[in-house]
Design a protein around this ligand. Structure first.
Ligand code: HEM
Ligand code: HEM
Length: 125
């Protein structure tokens, strides 16, 4: 897999959604979704872009199976986290309904970050 390109594509998709949500908040004056907007842009776009550039800067990291594991863990985890936070803040679901999905999705993101960090230790020379 071209992990760098995949992370850039994932990040760009998050950025489009994040900006549209920001524009909606600015236009409507309703900022209650600010935390959702922040995490779509930061966890979704900024982190994915940083990951993409890191895999580009250290090609030895990109060929590891750890890299594709990281991509899928971040993809599923970040999409789930952001979906749950959005649904909660939009008052479509309650906090109770987030269990066990929220901790599971957070652990997926964390596992991905652990795979990334271990890859950094091994290959970011
Ligand atoms: C056209 C693009 C954007 C628009 C119209 C927009 C609009 C907004 C609005 C209306 C808020 C709520 C402010 C508040 O109530 O405090 C907000 C918050 C925020 N935005 Fe954006 N935003 C945009 C792009 C971005 C991008 C690209 C990022 C990050 C890469 C970002 C990060 C944040 C963060 C972290 C907050 C939360 C700030 C806080 O309340 O602590 N935004 N944005
Ligand atoms: C799975 C990962 C993450 C979880 C579970 C998480 C959770 C949270 C929670 C619970 C809050 C407090 C929300 C509130 O005040 O009601 C928060 C705020 C915030 N987080 Fe995260 N976060 C995550 C990842 C990140 C990442 C990767 C970044 C930046 C790259 C980030 C940046 C922020 C910022 C800037 C705020 C303050 C936003 C504001 O007050 O408007 N978070 N996060």
């Amino acid at each position: 897999m071209n992990v760098s390109r995949n992370f850039m594509l994932l990040g760009s998709a998050f950025l489009i959604v994040g900006i549209v949500l920001g524009m909606y908040m600015g236009g409507s004056g309703d900022h209650s979704l600010a935390i959702s907007h922040a995490h779509i842009n930061l966890l979704g776009f900024v982190l994915s872009a940083v990951f993409a550039l890191t895999y580009k800067a250290y090609p030895a990291m990109a060929v590891e199976r750890l890299a594709s594991a990281h991509f899928w863990l971040h993809f599923v985890g970040a999409v789930m986290v952001n979906l749950l936070v959005f649904l909660l803040l939009a008052q479509i679901i309650t906090e109770a309904a987030m269990v066990p999905f929220a901790p599971i999705s957070e652990f997926l993101v964390l596992l991905g970050v652990l795979a990334f960090s271990w890859n950094v230790v091994k290959n970011a020379n």
